[in-house]
Design a protein around this ligand. Structure first.
Ligand code: GZL
Ligand code: ZN
Length: 311
């Protein structure tokens, strides 16, 4: 039925602000903190009414938050799926409620890609490949005890999370051509500093020859540094360390030579997310996949940029 005055703008345009429901993974790492800050600050700047929840890295909490956003009839839902699987039901509910969903940071394994409008985030396989390629290019240095084999221990991210699955795959792809490189142990540290420290302590006990640590994020790498120093070894010298993220604490350790290489994973997704949300709510076409720009740093490069890193 028409609203009688004949004027006014069609659909949800015009003055009223867009309401976004965001279901965040948790607060497990420096990366996550920077990601949350970027989302909250950009929403405020762009006049988007943001409802925000922290799931403490539990999928059921994220699903509950998404359901509450559907009840509240928000204009758009955005979230970073803590793991890849188990989202189809709640995404179907959002679709039935005609609320568009934007995936940010991590993705889902749903076969039906009509369940989300777009996925904005890094290419984690590419990140793993960059890490592996650095090791191949620096194999001579990385064979610390010069016995011809480069023994790698891997600190995996959260089990079942896209970045953990893909960073492992990318690293394996890039190093598969050099059979002196062997991953002798691999275990999840759940993307946390404490998790990385505990797993590294156990690796130092169970492995007699560790040349390299490949940690799926800086926080676990920083935990590994604590364990390596406690064992009386020099991180970055006696055991080489490669991590992913490039948050401030990681870049500081890299500039000090305690980490040898960091592959950047850009957390500042706020601006692109809010831009995509406005387009999606306005019914405009958006690309199904938006890949974030990011690079990688060795010690010299980290030292050069450390002062002006935003996070
Ligand atoms: C990657 C992101 C990962 C970071 C970790 O985009 O999902 O989760 O690499 C964070 O630091 O915990
Ligand atoms: Zn060795």
């Amino acid at each position: 039925k028409s609203d009688g005055d004949g004027g006014g703008s069609a659909g949800g345009g015009g003055g009223d602000a867009i309401t976004m429901g965001f279901a965040q993974v948790g607060a497990e790492s420096g990366w996550r903190t920077a990601n949350t800050k970027s989302i909250q600050e950009t929403a405020k700047k762009d006049g988007i009414d943001l409802k925000f929840s922290d799931a403490q890295q539990k999928q059921e909490n994220q699903i509950k938050a998404i359901r509450s956003y559907i009840q509240q009839k928000v204009d758009v839902i955005a979230f970073s799926p803590v793991v890849e699987t188990g989202w189809d039901a709640v995404l179907q509910e959002a679709k039935r409620a005609k609320i568009p969903v934007i995936l940010t940071d991590r993705s889902v394994d749903s076969k039906d890609d009509t369940l989300y409008a777009t996925f904005l985030g890094s290419d984690f396989i590419e990140e793993g490949k960059k890490a592996g390629q650095w090791l191949v290019d620096n194999a001579a240095d990385a064979d610390v005890d010069k016995n011809g084999s480069i023994n790698v221990v891997e600190l995996q991210g959260t089990t079942g999370a896209a970045p953990a699955i893909d960073r492992k795959e990318g690293f394996a792809d890039a190093t598969s051509g050099d059979d002196s490189i062997k991953v002798v142990a691999s275990q999840t540290g759940d993307f946390t500093r404490d998790g990385g420290k505990k797993v590294m302590e156990s690796f130092l006990k169970s492995q007699k020859d560790i040349d390299v640590v490949y940690a799926h994020n800086d926080d676990m790498g920083l935990g590994a540094i604590e364990a390596i120093e406690a064992a009386g070894k020099k991180p970055g010298v006696d055991i080489k360390i490669i991590t992913v993220d490039a948050v401030k604490d990681g870049m500081t350790a890299l500039s000090e030579g305690k980490i040898n290489y960091i592959v950047e994973c850009n957390p500042l997704l706020g601006p692109q997310l809010m831009d995509l949300a406005k387009k999606v709510v306005a019914g405009e076409e958006v690309p199904k996949r938006v890949v974030t720009e990011e690079s990688a740093f060795d010690q010299e490069q980290a030292t050069a940029v450390l002062a002006d890193r935003k996070y």
